[in-house]
Design a protein around this ligand. Structure first.
Ligand SMILES: Nc1nc2c(ncn2[C@@H]2O[C@H](COP(=O)(O)OP(=O)(O)OP(=O)(O)O)[C@@H](O)[C@H]2O)c(=O)[nH]1
Length: 399
């Protein structure tokens, strides 16, 4: 669970690398499919049962295609941000070449061992396979060429060797086809490139929107909106995992007088200082700080019980007082101070965010009216929660 509105805005990654990563991520699936293809070939060759072999191959291709489609959805682009694309693209090129050899061996196997197999039809099938690869391999020209060249040339060479068709004409046709494939790969790549850039821009915009709508404009810490959601989540988690939960309301003392004497801009700077001190002081991963409104801040401390929350609040209060931020009208100290109200709930108790806040607010009110620059505990919290539990019991008994 993330308790802070985090700034995720990173540069848009290189779309070509992103595509290589996606292709690379599918390698295990493709390898499994090709292994099935080789086994089908070997089986058909040993048993002299070409139809069984072909049926097995057909099944393997079906499984492979289904798995690849599933894998494409699974390996979403966002997962690959931290990958080392350079080394992966080399491995991908090597793998593509192996893949090409496998497919060409399949073509050669069929024309050489299946009676009446037509080389031309096989060539058309192989050409279709190459064309199908363009969409997925278009980001890496090297990988594409390493796949396509063995697949296309093997049958042409076979025919030339057999002398049934003019090898030169076949080679010329294959060359033309290769050029067509590579040029269409460029077009497909441009389209994919555009979609990937757009997808990343959209994500950055969504991140930015989230960040802005959850951050306080003045102090840069989380705002009330973020706090309301996060407190609800923290209360539910505390109820489920049986850990304590404490909330603090931190209010700057005599802040109106600070504004009046030093001006609103100085007041703003003062709020920024308090926010940053809070953020630094309560920096544990689980805790979070937000601006509650005006000169009031809130700290949520999952896993912290009442006595520890009190000790932490007292430590923070002293830290601010010891900073000696001048505030002549704050009597009797003549420097800036804060008052803090603390409320905690017992582990495994169902606690309502609103009740916890009300208790912390009452504690803060008492701290203010007992002279300010102090921490006050909502000592009625446990009895209040028990009171609710009893009220619930009474109600259910009446029902
Ligand atoms: N500079 C500045 N002042 C603000 C901001 N938000 C609220 N305030 C001021 O904070 C002051 C709060 O005053 P009060 O609620 O009377 O509280 P206080 O003067 O701190 O008195 P106690 O809380 O009783 O110690 C008001 O004068 C508000 O104008 C802000 O964003 N910037």
């Amino acid at each position: 669970m993330n308790h802070r509105p985090v700034d995720n805005s990173a540069a848009i990654p290189d779309p070509r690398q992103e595509l290589v990563r996606v292709m690379y991520s599918q390698m295990p699936v493709v390898a499994a499919g090709n292994l099935a293809l080789s086994m089908a070939n070997i089986l058909a060759y040993i048993e002299r049962l070409p139809l069984t072999g072909l049926a097995l191959f057909g099944a393997a291709v079906l499984v492979l295609t289904t798995m690849r489609i599933a894998a494409f959805g699974y390996y979403r682009l966002s997962r690959f941000r931290s990958w080392d694309a350079a080394s992966h693209s080399r491995l991908l090129a090597f793998f593509s070449f192996l893949n090409g050899i496998l497919w060409s061996s399949w073509g050669l196997f069929v024309v050489s061992s299946v009676p009446h197999a037509d080389t031309l039809i096989m060539l058309v099938i192989q050409a279709g396979i190459c064309a199908g690869t363009v969409s997925t391999s278009s980001a890496s020209r090297v990988s594409l060429a390493l796949f396509v060249v063995p697949v296309l040339t093997s049958l042409a060479l076979w025919e030339g060797w057999q002398g049934t068709v003019d090898g030169n004409i076949l080679a010329a046709v294959m060359l033309l086809y290769l050029v067509l494939i590579l040029s269409s790969s460029q077009r497909i790549y441009r389209t994919l490139h555009g979609s990937i850039v757009l997808a990343h821009k959209n994500r950055l915009l969504a991140d930015e929107l989230y960040l802005h709508s959850n951050t306080d404009g003045l102090t840069g810490i989380a705002n009330r909106r973020f706090f309301d959601n996060a407190l609800q989540v923290a209360c539910e988690a505390s109820h489920q995992n049986g850990k304590s939960l404490s909330v603090m309301l931190v209010d700057v003392d005599f802040f109106k007088l600070y504004n009046d004497s030093k001006g609103h801009l100085e007041g703003d700077e003062c709020l920024k200082i308090i926010a940053s001190r809070l953020q630094t002081f309560f920096s544990s991963e689980e805790w979070f700080v937000a601006r509650y409104g005006g000169e009031e801040f809130v700290v949520v401390l999952p896993g912290v019980d009442e006595s520890r929350a009190y000790a932490l609040a007292e430590e923070f209060r002293i830290e601010i007082a010891n900073s000696r931020i001048p505030h002549d009208l704050a009597l009797p100290w003549h420097h800036l101070t804060v008052s803090i109200g603390v409320a905690s709930c017992l582990p495994r108790t169902e606690v309502f965010p609103q009740r916890l806040l009300e208790a912390a607010d009452r504690a803060l009110y008492t701290a203010k009216h007992s002279g300010r620059n102090r921490v006050n505990l909502a000592s009625d919290m446990a009895s209040m929660i028990n009171g609710f539990a009893l009220a619930d019991l009474d109600l259910s008994a009446q029902l």
